[in-house]
Design a protein around this ligand. Structure first.
Ligand code: NDP
Length: 254
């Protein structure tokens, strides 16, 4: 059994739906006070209510983290609310599927802005707090967990720019892991396979049926399956660093 997160504070980006919402809920069940960051305030409020109804502590922070100032402000709001920061889950992301050359203006930018720049801005703002938590916390450790993808390991036609962002997240996570090691801020990366969330619904309508057809035959992972992986990482004893977790749906070949 892992360490309790009682008395610690977690921040989860993209907590208004899917993997982020399930992760926020799970970290609250483990005892953390949780700051939930995303743009849709109404959806965040629903997740906060669900956490509170289970006896947990949570706060919604409505923010678009694709600008440096907003990401910094979201992290500072979490620290102001709960006084510290021990765990950050960089989960917010977008996947807009389609052949590279046909993508309308703005699609690559949306993925780069949230999957890469949002993740970098939140990380930069959070690191001083995580370093402090690792120095002072009775657990003497802090965690940064980046949600990459199987698309960060396996490139396929139709997801070139998504692959670019998620391969990027993997490289960044490994370099940062080494930079933070001596400070006891553990940096981990999770690569989920196909998970049943809203992610594919943002793909252009004319391509959506094709995306769904590709995954129809497999039993998809549930967001809670990825929340389990996050919980395993962040509740591990400080002598343990789970650097990378690749979780595919059991039916998934790619
Ligand atoms: P969802 O679409 O359900 O979740 C995406 C989350 O990101 C939402 O909460 C959304 O909130 C948030 N978000 C998007 N843009 C912004 C922004 N500009 N600022 C703040 N928050 C933002 O999909 P998933 O739960 O599936 O995705 C979560 C992560 O998991 C992503 O990084 C995705 O790439 C990754 N992943 C998903 C897989 C899957 O099969 N589903 C497989 C592998 C990885 P809001 O719209 O309210 O801002």
């Amino acid at each position: 059994m892992g360490n309790s997160l009682e008395g610690t504070v977690a921040l989860v980006t993209g907590a208004s739906s899917g993997i982020g919402a399930a992760t926020a809920r799970r970290l609250a069940q483990e005892g953390a006070s949780v700051a939930l960051v995303a743009r849709r305030a109404d959806r965040l409020a629903e997740v906060v209510s669900a956490i509170e109804s289970e006896g947990g502590t949570a706060q919604a922070i409505a923010s678009d983290i694709t600008t440096r100032a907003a990401a910094h402000d979201a992290v500072e709001q979490a620290v102001a609310a709960f006084g510290r920061l021990d765990t950050v889950v960089n989960n917010a992301g977008a996947m807009l599927v389609g052949p590279f050359a046909d993508a309308p203006d703005g699609e690559w930018e949306r993925m780069v802005d949230i999957n890469l720049m949002g993740l970098l801005y939140v990380t930069k703002a959070a690191l001083p707090h995580l370093i402090k938590a690792a120095e002072q916390d009775p657990r003497r450790t802090a965690d940064l967990v980046n949600i990459s993808s199987s698309a960060g390991r396996v490139a396929r036609p139709g997801t070139a720019v998504y692959n670019l962002t998620k391969f990027g997240v993997n490289g960044f996570s490994e370099a940062l892991r080494q930079e933070m090691q001596s400070l006891r801020v553990r940096v981990s990366v999770i690569e989920p396979g196909n998970v049943d969330t809203e992610l594919a619904s943002h793909t252009r309508e004319e391509l959506r049926a094709g995306v769904e057809a590709q995954t129809q035959a497999i039993e998809r992972l549930q967001p809670e399956d990825i929340a389990d992986a996050v919980a395993y990482i962040v509740t591990s004893n400080r002598r343990v660093a789970v650097n990378e977790v690749f979780v595919r749906a059991a039916d998934q070949t790619w």
